[in-house]
Structure formats: structure tokens, C-alpha cells
Design a protein around this ligand. Structure first.
Ligand code: SF4
Length: 324
């Protein structure tokens, strides 16, 4: 199956992204994958401050490679380097009813959320975001797109666009499926959703010392004052992390916590060490990659060429179907 997925370069990656990347690694083993840096999508919310997008793009690709994405197996590229996405988006915009975009559930929700953070995204570009996504997917004739449940309406829209195009002009596009991945939801250090807007993330680049510091700030059971007080791991963020990163020991930790046999300081130290063991090889690999900036550029250059070849072939068929 041909798979497509991307990430927006709006900041440095964190542990939440690592779960997504672990899923990509699994897909890479079995399928033909296209992974792209969605820099045009980043512009939809960062249009006032586009300067950092390039820096985040390189940092993101370095992380992808450090985690194990393999440019020999997968096509890794930057969206804005393949102009065919934009042309297909434009063509799709000609026949997409406005109501299809307005009814996408994430639209109003995101506008409201970002307004609360002082960002106005009541723009033409943001409304068209799911349509650009449809172009990103369909330009590669991708059949599978790994998504979270909240993104399923975007895939449904993409399928509708494919059907409408196929009906109006020529049967070119497959109807892609959303692949619901079992991505673990890692909470932020305050127990809320991990997000850079909430300043509660654990960056993938965190050093041993930074990890210890961040874990130290995690919210635990507020009712537990003394080391031997019985704890309630179900309300403790540290325990949620233990369950994700060392499930084999979670039961013992839970029992020890409930019986007041383990103190929060020791429990946090244990977690910081576990996270450090997980991130240390990624740190090392990233340092090697960043020491060879030419390598990063080569990967993206090669990815661009491979992506363009496929995208331009689809676009040629589209133009022919429209007699352009
Ligand atoms: Fe949380 Fe561990 Fe403290 Fe229990 S002992 S409240 S699991 S940090």
C-alpha cells in the first residue's frame, strides 16, 4: 500500500511526536511511504511569523532520521519543494463547495482555540487546509493515511474530493483509507494534553539533566504528603508515564505506591532514568546527523526529486483530464 503522512514544522518535536514516529517506523517496514514536512500547512497558523519554519524543518527531519526513518526505504521531502501540491489544491478548489469545508468539525474548533491564544485564523488559507491535505494525499495516489480519530473527517472529505473529481473528469484518484494507529497518548508534565502552547512538553532533544528537571516538575498525587502515605497512581502523571514507558513494571510501581512503599522522589528518579535510556540513542544519532549538514540537504534533495516525479506524473494526467 502507498502511505502518506506529514508533520507541521511549527516547533521542536516532543515525546508526543515520538509516538507518531514509532508508528511511521512500523509502516515503513511494510509499505511504500511518503513522509513530508508540511511547511505550507505551518503557514496557515504561522503566517505572521514564518521565519522559524525553515529552522524547524531541518530540526524535524534530523529527528525523523535519528528515530529511524530511512531515506532508502521512504520518500522524505518538504511540501513546498513540490509545487504540484499547490496546483492540484487550486484545481480542487474550483469544484469544492464551500459548505464541505465549513462543516469540517475541526475548523470551528481550531479557530476558537487559536483565537483564545491570540491568533486569528479566519483566513481563506486555513479554511482550505483540509483541501490542501486532500491534494497532498491524492497527488501521490496514496491509499492509506495514518490519522488520529479527530482527523477522520479530513479523510472523508478527501474521499469526497476524489469521488467528485473522478465523476466530473476522469477516474484518476483512489479513495484513501484513514489508518487508525494505536498511538499512545502521552500527557504533558502537568497532566494535560502535551502541547507547546501549554508549555508542558518533554522535547526529544532533552538532555539527561533536562529530563530529570522536567520529570521533577510532573504533577503527582496531591493528597500524598509523606513518603509512606498511601498513594493514588490513577491521578498521577508520573504513573501514566511508567505505564507507557515501562509497562512491565507498572503493576509493581502501582502496588508500591498504593501501599506507601515508594516515595515520589524515587519514583520520579526511576522514570527520568527510563526516559533517558529511551532518548539517549536518538540524541546520539541526531548529533551525528547534525554534524553532517550536507547529508540532511542530500536526503531532502533526493526526496524532492522522487516526490516530484510521482506528483508531476499525476498532475499531467489531471491536466489532460481537464484539457488544460
Ligand atoms: Fe505518583 Fe510514583 Fe508518587 Fe505514586 S509514588 S504518587 S506513582 S510519583
Amino acid at each position: 500500500m502507498r502511505i502518506l503522512s506529514g508533520m507541521r514544522p511549527t516547533g521542536y518535536l516532543h515525546l508526543g511526536h515520538l509516538c507518531v514516529l514509532e508508528n511511521w517506523l512500523e509502516l515503513q517496514k511494510e509499505h511504500e511511504c511518503f513522509f513530508f514536512v508540511a511547511d505550507w500547512h505551518a503557514l496557515t497558523t504561522e503566517y505572521e511569523n514564518p521565519r522559524s519554519i525553515k529552522e524547524y524543518t531541518y530540526a524535524m527531519v534530523a529527528d525523523w532520521l535519528a528515530v529511524g526513518l530511512d531515506p532508502e526505504k521512504s520518500v522524505i521531502f518538504v511540501q513546498s519543494q513540490v509545487p504540484a501540491h499547490a496546483e492540484l489544491h487550486l484545481i480542487f478548489s474550483m469544484f469544492t463547495p464551500l459548505s464541505w469545508l465549513e462543516r469540517v468539525p475541526t475548523y470551528k474548533d481550531q479557530v476558537r482555540k487559536l483565537k483564545a491564544l491570540g491568533k486569528d485564523i479566519t483566513t481563506y488559507g486555513f479554511l482550505g487546509y483540509p483541501l490542501l491535505q486532500a491534494a497532498d494525499i491524492l497527488i501521490y495516489l496514496a491509499e492509506g493515511v495514518p490519522v488520529g480519530e479527530d482527523q477522520l473527517p479530513h479523510i472523508e472529505l478527501c474521499r469526497e474530493i476524489a469521488r467528485r473529481f473522478n465523476y466530473l473528469y476522469a477516474p484518476i484518484f483512489p479513495e484513501p483509507q484513514g489508518i487508525l494507529a494505536e498511538v499512545k497518548l502521552v500527557p504533558g508534565i502537568d497532566g494535560q494534553k502535551m502541547s507547546k502552547s501549554y508549555r508542558n512538553v518533554i522535547p526529544l532533544t532533552a538532555s539527561t539533566e533536562e529530563l530529570a528537571e522536567l520529570v521533577n516538575r510532573m504533577v503527582t498525587d496531591p493528597a500524598r504528603i509523606h513518603k509512606h502515605d498511601p498513594g493514588h497512581p490513577e491521578v498521577c502523571t508520573v504513573f501514566q508515564y511508567h505505564r507507557i514507558y515501562q509497562p512491565e513494571r507498572a503493576k509493581d510501581i502501582e502496588t508500591a505506591c498504593r501501599r506507601g512503599e515508594i516515595g515520589c522522589v524515587a519514583c520520579k528518579k526511576d522514570l527520568a532514568a527510563v526516559l533517558d535510556r529511551r532518548l539517549a540513542p536518538i540524541r546520539e544519532k541526531r548529533a551525528e546527523i547534525l554534524a553532517r549538514p550536507d547529508y540532511l540537504r542530500e536526503v531532502l534533495e533526493e526526496g524532492k526529486e522522487k516526490a516530484r516525479a510521482v506528483a508531476n506524473a499525476t498532475l499531467a494526467r489531471v491536466r489532460e483530464a481537464l484539457n488544460l
